[in-house]
Design a protein around this ligand. Sequence first.
Ligand code: PMP
Length: 457
Amino acid sequence: MQTLEATAEAVIDLAEPGPLGRELLDHQSRTESSARTYPRRLPVAIGEAEGSYITDVDGRRYIDFLSGAGVLALGHNHPHLIAAVQSQLGKLTHGLDLPTPVREEFKRRQLGMLPESMRGSMKMHFCGPTGADGVEAAVKLCKKATGRGTVVAFQGSYHGSTHAAMSLTSEVQPKAGLHNLLPGIHFAPYGYCHRCPLSLTPDTCATNCAEFLANALNDTHGGIQPPAAIILELVQGEGGSIPAPVAFVRRIAELARALDIPLIVDEVQTGCGRTGTWFAFEQYGIEPDVIVASKGLSGMGLPVSVIMFNERLDGWSPGSHIGTFRGNNLAFASANAYLDVVARDNLLAHVRERGAQLMAGLRQLQVDTALISDVRGRGLMLGMEMSACGTVAASEVASRFQREALRRGLIVEIGGREDCVVRLLPALNLPAETADEALAIMRAAARAVEHDLVAVA
Ligand code: PMP
């Protein structure tokens, strides 16, 4: 019998597109803007997909650890979700913000997923169908409710690509040459212990990153007007799969409460089961004032975005935040079916188990190779920060690893500072055997990268 290890070594180069794939990728590069991203590093033209697997237009199979940027909670084409959408299709697709049975069920069940202590006081607003629009809505809500203008965000953050969401995003490069972004955004240090923003080590640290913000906000000369909101990712996704330390988050939440600053948690990527609880904030013992949810909500990539917020913040009047596409009844039907599966299949426990399985494999890989400086994550939102090897930069190591994984049929994403973090976002119903198959490919990819680096040295 062929072992997984051996399978992973049997390289047919899947990073080189076949003839049909080449044609589509070439056509795309001629006809789409230079802002396109994924196909540059992942030249895969998708034919069809099922569960955790993608088949490209030339019939080659890949394990999908990107999942449409964390959108496909149940992977591709889950039969229960398809059935729910099909049964909704003949009834109603788009309903603006008029009530419909699936919309009201969606709202009731989503609010019902919140911790019991929050359920009675939270309201929902339907946003335009992207995470960025949810972020826009959250910030506008807090500005209106507080009558204030500034917002505190964190270094390493990603909140989207619209003007305000990009203003709240920490990455400098996409903003180059883009004048007049939203003013009044202050970036505070995040609890990124692997590269402490204050150059501390665990023995010298007293959650100083959170204290830095506490001092700035309490200091009459701290330079920050009382903010309308603090916006926080519990695990920074695009920033490099960085889970915030518990003490950091608790201190920020305590500070926000003490100073009467609404706390927005951006759960666009961490939400809907990704980290092993329905929302990541549940693992921190905090109660945020506003939650932004989008990506995984429908379970299958039908666009929908909402904010859930404490009713005391509802200072909005009719039309304060609107948009045409806030009534995607197919997405609501699919989201309701997704919640059936979450309960029926005990999905959150499954996420924690598969997360632990992958984490153990990655930790072993870190021990066995010199390529990885940190392994981290929560649930199925995992990352490996790569090391520089000799004269080869960490970003180049990550890029080579991504390509070697792709050559062997595993799609992984790269992110974080200097693009040196390999990010894993598999489907939440990932089978244990597929997780093992992916680990075997990653082991083989790491060996190939090491082999090349030795050859270079
Ligand atoms: N917030 C977070 C935390 C995200 O990860 C993203 C998307 N990667 C967004 C907001 C923006 O979502 P969208 O791309 O749907 O606008």
